[in-house]
Ligand binder design. Structure first.
Ligand SMILES: Cc1cc2nc3c(=O)[nH]c(=O)nc-3n(C[C@H](O)[C@H](O)[C@H](O)COP(=O)(O)O)c2cc1C
Length: 190
C-alpha cells in the first residue's frame, strides 16, 4: 500500500516537518510505502488552474509530480498545524489543486500545535474539507502537542509515547486502506 503524507507549511522555522517525517518513517517501518508530499518542496504557486483544468501533459512539472503520487496513493495522511484554529494556507492550497485523485480513499489526520491542545481544532475544519474532496476520514485523530519538542529533525520520536500511539492509529488507517482498496477494485459509483 502506498500513502501520500501531505504536509504544508512555508515557514522558514517550520516544525511540523518533523512530525511528517516521523509518520513517513513509521509507515515505512511497517513495510508499506510512504511518500512525503511537502508543499514547500514542490513550490506550487497560489492556485490559478486546478490540475484537472490542464490538458493532458500540459500541467507544470511539479504539479504533475504531485498528481502522480496522489493517483498512486491508496490513502493519505494529512499532517496539519493549526493556524488560527484552522488550516495553514500552504496545505489548503495544495489540497485544492486536486479532486478525483482523492476519491474513495481514506485520510488520517495528524494535527499538531506548539502548545498542549495538539491542534485538534484544525481537525474539525479539515474533516469538512477532506470530506468535500471525496476522502473518507478516520474516526480517530493523531493529535501531537508541543510538536517542536516531540521529534528530532529526522523524524525520530523524542517523546516515545508517540511510537506506541502511532501503531494504534496506523492499524486503524491500514484497515480503511485495505477495505476501500478492495472496494475500489470492484468499481466506484463515479
Ligand atoms: C499564523 C499562525 C497561527 C497559529 N495559530 C495557532 C492556533 O490557532 N492554535 C495553536 O495551538 N497554535 C497556533 N500557532 C502555533 C503553531 O501551532 C506552531 O507554530 C506550529 O509549529 C506551526 O506549524 P509549522 O511549524 O509546521 O508551520 C500558530 C502559528 C502560526 C504561524
Amino acid at each position: 500500500m502506498t500513502t501520500a503524507v501531505i504536509y504544508g507549511s512555508h515557514r522558514s522555522n517550520r516544525q511540523g516537518i518533523k512530525a511528517a517525517k516521523f509518520i513517513v518513517n513509521q509507515i515505512n517501518a511497517e513495510g508499506n510505502e510512504a511518500i512525503l508530499v511537502d508543499a514547500k518542496a514542490y513550490d506550487l504557486p497560489f492556485l490559478d488552474k486546478m490540475y484537472k483544468e490542464y490538458e493532458e501533459g500540459q500541467a507544470p512539472e511539479s504539479l504533475e509530480q504531485v498528481a502522480q503520487i496522489l493517483k498512486k496513493a491508496d490513502g493519505f495522511m494529512i499532517v496539519s498545524g493549526e493556524y488560527n484554529h484552522s488550516i495553514p494556507a500552504s496545505l489548503k492550497n495544495l489540497l485544492d489543486y486536486f479532486q478525483s485523485e482523492y476519491f474513495f480513499k481514506p485520510a488520517g489526520i495528524a494535527c499538531y500545535s506548539a502548545g498542549t491542545f495538539g491542534g485538534v481544532r484544525v481537525a474539525v475544519h479539515l474533516r469538512a474539507v477532506l470530506g468535500e474532496l471525496g476522502m473518507v476520514t478516520l474516526p480517530s485523530l493523531f493529535p501531537i502537542s508541543k510538536v517542536q519538542d516531540s521529534f528530532d529533525e529526522n523524524g525520530n520520536a523524542i517523546d516515545k509515547a508517540y511510537e506506541k500511539r502511532i501503531k494504534k492509529f496506523l492499524s486503524e488507517y491500514n484497515w480503511y486502506c485495505e477495505a476501500l482498496q478492495k472496494k475500489r477494485t470492484e468499481g466506484t459509483p463515479y
